[in-house]
Design a protein around this ligand. Structure first.
Ligand code: AMP
Length: 479
């Protein structure tokens, strides 16, 4: 039994109905139960006015009902908008406002919430599969609109080029509001596999992670490299102890060579896949199957080759992507769509903002960002969004977030400076609870670990906040 995206329905329903489809901390659903619950969810959603092309916001954290709702939305051809509970209410409000969404499904409570009266409204863009919100420089999240054609390409790519085998069992660790989790969602549904969800509590314990992999026979590891790195503390994270694991799929940030070397030692026969791409191009666009020869030197790994039916190339040093899997645009942001999107040979294109290069054989490399977008523990965030939230604090006139990096460029921590207009040793009293105030607006991973006063924020020659000088200032203060 599996789910057919084009037909928006379950197929082969006479076979494998008793196999697990969803394993969550709260419940395990076999395929037959997923089918039945998704149908019931659709009926209720339809009764509440949800229909084709109308957005449905799904909020929760790794409940079995989250997967039921995602599947139900696919059946109704209603674009789903996943929002993890890591997002505070204010961010949820701005997401529902941007979408003008009518309905929300709370997967934790297992019920629908009407967001505004009146019938639901279809989005201007039709045939979307989902809308994923990412950090935006203006302080508002950006809604990335992904069409069904993009997801079809993702599924074909996984089926043909990832070597996942029959009925893969996915380790689903990243939150549903981060599109890496969609490897697990669509992989499970299309290939008739199983999604084994890890909630935050389980994910924080490497021993628990390993025991769940062993218990449920997980075959396919999907995560950012940072999450795999955390597991190395457990000596039982090895092929001998976890023989069911047959593929590592990485995405979301650079895959470090030292991590690959350690994984090679622990899991000598398990392929390591490095996939790269922005949310704006349906989860990922390039694939590299790591070879031993690539791990001899300390030079960064390439990101591989473009997926079937897509083009990736460098334009003035910037990686650009074209293909049917490129988004239909940011919702209600014609300004950004104008500058970041283009047409190439009849296909939609996107300028990634990543610095890149291409070797003679078409092998691609990513050398980091052109702008202020960073990755911290696998989360994507815009420093300017953090700046905007900081500057809205009482008594703060100008603020800047700074990413502190290791010598290899990886971000280890976020700190921030607030301009005081004069030398000041301490923050003013109204900023005493700055972390609490920020938490109302930002998810925890966007909150700097320290806020320091400074007389004036330094600026660069083009009058942008000079974050490099602030990082030096931080080092000097802590020397
Ligand atoms: P997101 O939209 O959250 O997936 O973040 C996309 C950005 O993460 C890309 O534009 C890159 O800057 C970075 N990224 C994602 N995957 C990789 C990778 N395999 N290697 C290097 N950078 C990556």
């Amino acid at each position: 039994m599996h789910f057919d995206l084009d037909g928006a329905c379950f197929v082969d329903t006479a076979q494998g109905g008793e196999l697990p489809a969803v394993i969550a901390r709260d419940r395990v659903l076999d395929w037959r139960t997923l089918h039945r619950e998704a149908q019931a969810w659709c009926e209720e959603a339809r009764r509440l006015g949800l229909g084709e092309d109308m957005p449905i916001v799904i909020r929760g954290h790794k409940e079995a009902a989250f997967m039921v709702a995602l599947t139900g939305a696919l059946m109704l051809r209603a674009p789903f908008v996943p929002v993890d509970t890591v997002y505070p209410q204010e961010r949820l409000n701005s997401i529902t406002g941007i979408l003008d969404a009518h309905l929300l499904y709370d997967a934790g409570a297992g019920r629908f919430e009407s967001l505004r009266g009146g019938p639901g409204r279809a989005l201007a863009e039709q045939g979307l599969c989902y809308v994923m919100f990412t950090s935006g420089t203006t302080g508002q999240p950006k809604g990335v609109q992904i069409g069904r054609e993009g997801v079809r390409g993702l599924i074909d790519w996984m089926r043909l080029d990832f070597g996942l085998g029959e009925r893969p069992v996915f380790l689903d660790q990243t939150v549903f509001s981060f599109d890496v989790s969609l490897y697990d969602v669509f992989g499970t549904l299309a290939l008739g596999g199983t999604i084994m969800m890890l909630d935050r509590q389980d994910a924080a314990s490497p021993l628990k992670v390993a025991s769940l992999i062993a218990e449920h026979g997980v075959t396919t590891w999907v995560s950012t490299p940072s999450f795999a790195q955390q597991q190395l503390i457990n000596p039982g994270f090895s092929q001998a102890a976890l023989p069911s694991l047959r593929t590592f799929v990485f995405c979301g940030e650079p895959l470090p060579v030292p991590l690959c070397r350690q994984l090679r030692k622990r899991f000598p026969e398990v392929p390591l896949l490095n996939t790269y791409g922005p949310t704006e191009a349906t989860v990922a666009t390039t694939l590299l199957v790591v070879e031993d020869a690539m791990l001899q030197a300390d030079t960064p790994l390439p990101i591989g080759h473009a997926k079937r039916g897509s083009q990736v190339y460098c334009d003035e040093g910037e990686l650009c992507i074209a293909g049917p899997h490129v988004m239909r645009g940011y919702i209600n942001r014609p300004d950004l769509n104008e500058t970041r999107m283009f047409m190439r040979e009849g296909q939609r294109g996107f300028r990634t903002g990543d610095l890149g290069s291409e070797a003679g054989d078409g092998m691609l490399f990513c050398h980091g960002r052109i702008d202020d977008q960073i990755k911290l523990h696998g989360y994507r965030l815009e420093l300017m969004e953090v700046d905007a939230a900081l500057s809205a604090l009482p008594g703060a006139r100008a603020c800047a977030a700074v990413a502190l990096r290791k010598p290899n460029g990886a971000v280890v921590r976020l700190v921030a400076f607030v301009e005081m207009g004069q030398e000041a040793a301490a923050l003013p009293p109204e900023l005493a609870d700055w972390k609490g105030l920020l938490a109302a607006r930002l998810p925890h991973y966007m909150i700097p670990s320290e806020l320091l006063p400074c007389a004036q924020l330094p600026v660069s020659v083009n009058y942008k906040t000079d974050r490099a000088r602030l990082a030096q200032l931080y080092e000097a203060l802590n020397a």
